[in-house]
Design a protein around this ligand. Sequence first.
Ligand code: HEC
Length: 134
Amino acid sequence: MHERLKSRVAAAAVAVGLLGPLTARAQGAWEAPAVEKERENPVPPGADVVARGRQIAQLNCVACHGAAGKGDGAAAAALNPKPADWTSPAVQSESDGEIFWKISTGRGAMPSWKHLPETERWAIVHYLRSLKAK
Ligand code: HEC
C-alpha cells in the first residue's frame, strides 16, 4: 500500500513536470507564420461553397465549437483554453490564410484537420466568414 502510494506520487510528479510546460505553451497567443497569413482563399466564394463548408463543420466541429460556432459545444466545458467562437471579432479579424493554417495545424485540444482535402478546409473558411455577426 505504502509503496503503491509512493509510486502514485511519483507518477503525479512526472505528469505535472511533463504536462505543465505543454499546457502553458498551448495557452499563449496563437499566431500563424506571416507567409501563411498572406495566403488567399483559392476557392471562389458562393452559396454552394458556404453550404459545403457548413456541412463539413457540422460533421467534425460541433462537439467543441457548437452548432452555431460560438465555441459552446458539449465538450467545451471540459476544455481550457476554450474552443474559439468563430463569430467573434478575434476570429473574424484574422485573414483567411491564418484561419486556414489554424484549421490545418491544430493546437492542444484543437485537432489538426490536414487529412481533409485543402478545398474542403478553404470551404470551411468561407463558412466561418458567413458567421460574422451582422
Ligand atoms: C476536440 C475539440 C475541437 C474540435 C473537434 C474542433 N476544435 Fe477548433 N478549437 C478547439 C480549441 C480548444 C481551440 C482553441 C485552441 C487554442 O487556442 O489553443 C480551437 C480553435 C480553433 C480555431 C482558431 C481560432 C482562432 O482564431 O484562434 C479555429 C479556426 C478552429 N478551432 C476551427 C475548427 C474547425 C473548422 C473544426 C472542425 C473541422 C474544429 N475547429 C474542431 C477545439 C476543437
